[in-house]
Write a protein that binds this ligand. Structure first.
Ligand code: C5P
Length: 401
């Protein structure tokens, strides 16, 4: 399951660091590409030469590589990773991760990572039992990280208690099982629309909206992580997604998005319509910039854009699953239910702009899902990545019917 996977292995300054050499070896043997990042203290416990030899890549520790002056991009590494595993994770690194103290390359990469993150804590029993550490681990779990619990046993201090890092073979097994369990969509095709559309007024202006594309991109990542081939049709956004299973189709207007969707819809097993498509376009796009001097009260005539979700669903094959979104400011439930029917969707994801932490530009979302069978599923406010997990969990159930 780890064949070809990109794994960032983070090592922090604890005695268990020597065991991480075995973890790196196991990952490489299983066909994974491993990039090791060490905190400065980790280098006191195990030599970077051991780890770069085992991983076949120079170890990264600093923001800059001293002799070349090269900047190590945490953003690129965060996007490159299919998973990140921090073993051992000391109390200090756990605290930094929980509170965003990005003073080293490892925590900075963690904050940039879009991939699932695993951490294997290792520390003395009292540090492990301290409410601060427990609270920080709860925070990290709440952000969607996977904590691989430490074992009870003899510790470096010779005291006996909970704090021994899980054995490298078992950390490896957790990662392997994680990738295996997440291949439920292997061989399936999913189309996702994302972002806003821009409707031209003249060569320099457009009508748009505040959609950032974050929700649609999180869905694309989640579907691809589970093995689906994703066609991501996106309006203009400032996001990147580097995943071998995602084919990105960039469009600008609703008409272009409509065309791209109709071109690909027939071969899909499912489609998620997450884009905030402009309802109207300009009837007569000016070929030259509209000048203020000649127009005291300019009037722009608008005409309706095609409803992409509805027109795709009109040609829906049996077994094809379609999912829509409804962003509402009032009368939320009624409007969402109405769209579910009108657009012939299997389920619709409602976000209300009245809910704190929901909607455009935010990194979090709070959603309620209505299904065509009449079920209502309510979720807490979560990061858009975790909302994507909930939505794809339900999608997977529909696709396996
Ligand atoms: O009707 P409303 O725009 O609120 O519906 C929202 C849902 O319909 C979303 O899933 C959105 O992506 C989709 N939609 C579409 N084409 C449009 C308008 C909305 O696909 N022209």
């Amino acid at each position: 399951m780890l064949q070809g996977k990109h794994i960032v292995v983070g090592i922090t300054g604890g005695i268990a660091a020597y065991k991480t050499a075995t973890l790196v070896r196991l990952l490489v043997k299983a066909g994974a590409e491993v990039q090791v990042i060490m905190t400065p203290n980790a280098r006191e416990f195990i030599t970077p030469v051991t780890l770069s030899t085992l991983s076949g890549k120079p170890v990264i520790s600093e923001f800059f590589t001293a002799n070349t002056g090269q900047w190590n991009s945490h953003v690129d590494l965060g996007l490159w990773a299919d998973a990140m595993v921090i073993a051992p994770a000391t109390a200090s690194t756990i605290a930094k991760m929980a509170h965003g103290v990005a003073d080293n390359m490892l925590v900075t990469t963690y904050l940039s990572a879009k991939a699932p993150v695993f951490l294997a804590p290792a520390m003395d029993l009292d540090m492990m039992a301290h409410p601060t550490t427990r609270h920080n681990l709860d925070l990290l779990r709440g952000y969607g990280n996977h904590v691989i619990e430490p074992r009870e046993g003899e510790l470096a201090s010779h005291l006996v208690g909970k704090g021994r890092m899980e054995e490298p073979e078992n950390i490896f097994a957790v990662l392997d099982a994680f990738f295996a369990s997440r291949q439920e969509l292997a061989g399936k095709k999913v189309l996702i629309t994302a972002g806003p559309t821009h409707e031209r007024i003249d060569p320099v202006r457009f009508i748009g909206n505040y959609s950032s594309g974050k929700m649609g991109f999180a869905l694309a990542q989640e579907c691809a992580d589970r093995g689906a081939h994703v066609t991501l049709v996106t309006g203009p956004v400032a996001l990147r997604l580097a995943h071998p299973l995602v084919t990105r189709v960039d469009v600008t207007s609703a008409d272009e998005m409509h065309q791209a969707v109709m071109e690909h819809f027939g071969e899909q097993d499912a489609a998620i319509f997450c884009a905030a498509v402009a309802d109207y376009k300009v009837a007569n796009v000016a070929t030259k910039k509209i000048k203020r001097e000649h127009n005291e009260n300019p009037i722009i005539e608008l005409v309706k854009n095609p409803d992409i979700a509805a027109s795709a669903a009109a040609s829906k094959r049996s077994g094809q699953v379609t999912v829509g979104f409804a962003l509402e400011t009032d009368n939320e439930e009624f409007n969402a239910q109405d769209k579910l029917q009108r657009k012939n969707l299997d389920f619709i994801v409602l976000n209300s702009l009245r809910d704190k932490g929901a909607g455009f530009q935010t990194d979090t979302n709070k959603v309620t899902i209505f299904t065509r069978e009449g079920d209502t599923l309510r979720y807490d406010t979560k990061s858009k990545r975790l909302v994507a997990v909930d939505i794809v969990d339900l999608l997977t159930k529909y696709m396996s019917r």
